[in-house]
Design a protein around this ligand. Structure first.
Ligand SMILES: CC1(C)S[C@@H]2[C@H](NC(=O)CCCC[C@H](NC(=O)C[NH3+])C(=O)[O-])C(=O)N2[C@H]1C(=O)[O-]
Length: 357
C-alpha cells in the first residue's frame, strides 16, 4: 500500500529567533552578510544580518539576487528528467549513445553522471587548488563544455562507473551537453522555458558568459586561503568554469518556489521524481539522488534540495517532502568552512524549530 502522505503541517513552528541567531553567527564568522527566507504553507518569514556591499555598507536583504552555484545542478537534472518523461532520454543508457566519443568509458550511464557515480575527475579540484589565484585566472574566461571535460580527462578517474559516490562538477557539465544535444537549445533557453517562465521566477537568470548580475544583487566575497588576508570581491565573473553545473542566478524567494514545485510534483512526473529520490549515501546526514540532496535533521525530519558554493556565495536551499515548507539561506562569502558548516543550522531552525549554538 502507498505510504501515507507526509504531514508537514505537523512540523514544529520555525524558530525565527534561532534563525536570526544563526545569521548573526555567520557574520561573526566572516560573512559580510546573510539572509534567509522561509515559505511555510503560504506564510513568508524572512531574516537578514550584515551587508551586501563592503564599499557602500548597504544592508543585505532578501530581494538581493546572488549566484546559486551547484543548486544549478538541480535545474539541469529537472530538464533531463523532463526529457526522460518525454521518452527522449534513458537514464540507464550509456552517455556514449547521446554524446558518442565524449567519454573514454562506454559503461558510464546518464544515471551515473546525475548521481556523481561516474568516476569522472572534478577539474575544479585542480583549477581552484589555490583559491584566489585560481579564481582570478578564470573569472573572465569563457570555456566550452568540451574544454571542461578535457580538463577532467587529463586526470585518472576516481572510481569505476557506478562503484562509488564521488562529487564532480564534470558530471553536470556532461549534463549540460546532454541538454543541448537532445533539445537543440542552450541550457539557458531550456531553464527559461521549462522552469523559470512556468514558475514565474522573475529574479532567476542564466546570463553566461556575461559577468554581471542583473538588477539588485548582493556582492560576494571570496575568503583567501591565507588567514587574515583581505576578502576579494568575487561578484563579477563568467562562471564559465561551471555553466550547467553552477552558473544560475536567483533569490531566496525563487529558490523556495523552485524546490517547492519540484517536491510538490509540478516539474516532473511522480515516476521521475522517484528516480531523483533514489539515494546514494554521502555521510551520516546526507544522501544524493539525481541532482538532489536529502538532509536528515536532528528532529527526524528529512529535507530535500541542494547546496551551493561559488566564489563569494554559499547557499542552502531545501524543502519538506511535500514542498509545503521551504528555506533558502545565503551567506555572501565562500572558502570559509566555519560559515558553510554553520549554515546547516538554518535547516534546524526552519524545520525542527531548534536553536543551534
Ligand atoms: C560540494 C560543494 C560544497 S563544492 C561544489 C560546487 N562548487 C565548486 O565546485 C566551486 C569550488 C571552488 C569554490 C571556492 N573554493 C576554493 O577555491 C577552495 N580552494 C570557494 O569556496 O569560493 C558547488 O556549488 N558545490 C557545493 C555543493 O554542491 O554543495
Amino acid at each position: 500500500a502507498p505510504l501515507p502522505a507526509p504531514n508537514t503541517a505537523a512540523l514544529p513552528a520555525p524558530d525565527m529567533a534561532g534563525l536570526r541567531a544563526v545569521l548573526r553567527t555567520l557574520t561573526a564568522q566572516g560573512a559580510p552578510g546573510a539572509i534567509a527566507r522561509i515559505d511555510d504553507h503560504g506564510t513568508v518569514r524572512t531574516a537578514a544580518a550584515g551587508i551586501d556591499d563592503r564599499t557602500t555598507r548597504r544592508a543585505i536583504g532578501n530581494a538581493d539576487r546572488f549566484r546559486i552555484g551547484s543548486i544549478t545542478k538541480s535545474f539541469s537534472a529537472v530538464v533531463l528528467l523532463q526529457l526522460v518523461d518525454a521518452h527522449k532520454l534513458n537514464l540507464d543508457a550509456s552517455v556514449d549513445r547521446y554524446l558518442p566519443g565524449l567519454l573514454p568509458d562506454k559503461r558510464i550511464t546518464v544515471r551515473h553522471v546525475l548521481s556523481h557515480r561516474s568516476g569522472l575527475y572534478d577539474y575544479t579540484n585542480s583549477m581552484f587548488a589555490s583559491s584566489v589565484s585560481g579564481f582570478e585566472a578564470v573569472r573572465n574566461k569563457v570555456f566550452t563544455y568540451r574544454q571542461l571535460v578535457q580538463l577532467s580527462l587529463r586526470r585518472p578517474r576516481t572510481n569505476a562507473p557506478g562503484a562509488a559516490y564521488s562529487y564532480s562538477n564534470t558530471n553536470f557539465v556532461v549534463a549540460g551537453m546532454l541538454i543541448e544535444k537532445l533539445t537543440g537549445h542552450s541550457v539557458g533557453t531550456e531553464y527559461r522555458d521549462r522552469i523559470i517562465k512556468p514558475l514565474k521566477l522573475r529574479d532567476t537568470f542564466y546570463v553566461h558568459p556575461a559577468t554581471k548580475i542583473p538588477g539588485r544583487y548582493a556582492h560576494g566575497y571570496l575568503t583567501p586561503d591565507r588567514a587574515g588576508a583581505p576578502l576579494v570581491d568575487a561578484t563579477d565573473q563568467t562562471v564559465s568554469w561551471a555553466q550547467s553545473a553552477g552558473a544560475v542566478i536567483s533569490t531566496t524567494r525563487d529558490l523556495n518556489t523552485f524546490f517547492s514545485a519540484l517536491l510538490g510534483g509540478r516539474l516532473t512526473s511522480a515516476a521521475q521524481l522517484a528516480q531523483m529520490e533514489r539515494w546514494t549515501p554521502v555521510n551520516s546526514t546526507t544522501r544524493y539522488g539525481l541532482g538532489l540532496r536529502r538532509r536528515d535533521l536532528s528532529c527526524g525530519v528529512s529535507v530535500y534540495g541542494h547546496t551551493g558554493a561559488v566564489q563569494g556565495f554559499y547557499t542552502y536551499s531545501f524543502t519538506s517532502k511535500d514542498g509545503r515548507r521551504s528555506l533558502t539561506a545565503l551567506a555572501n562569502t565562500s572558502n570559509n568552512g566555519r560559515v558553510l558548516n554553520t549554515m546547516a543550522g538554518t535547516l534546524e531552525s526552519a524545520f525542527c524549530g531548534k536553536r543551534t549554538k
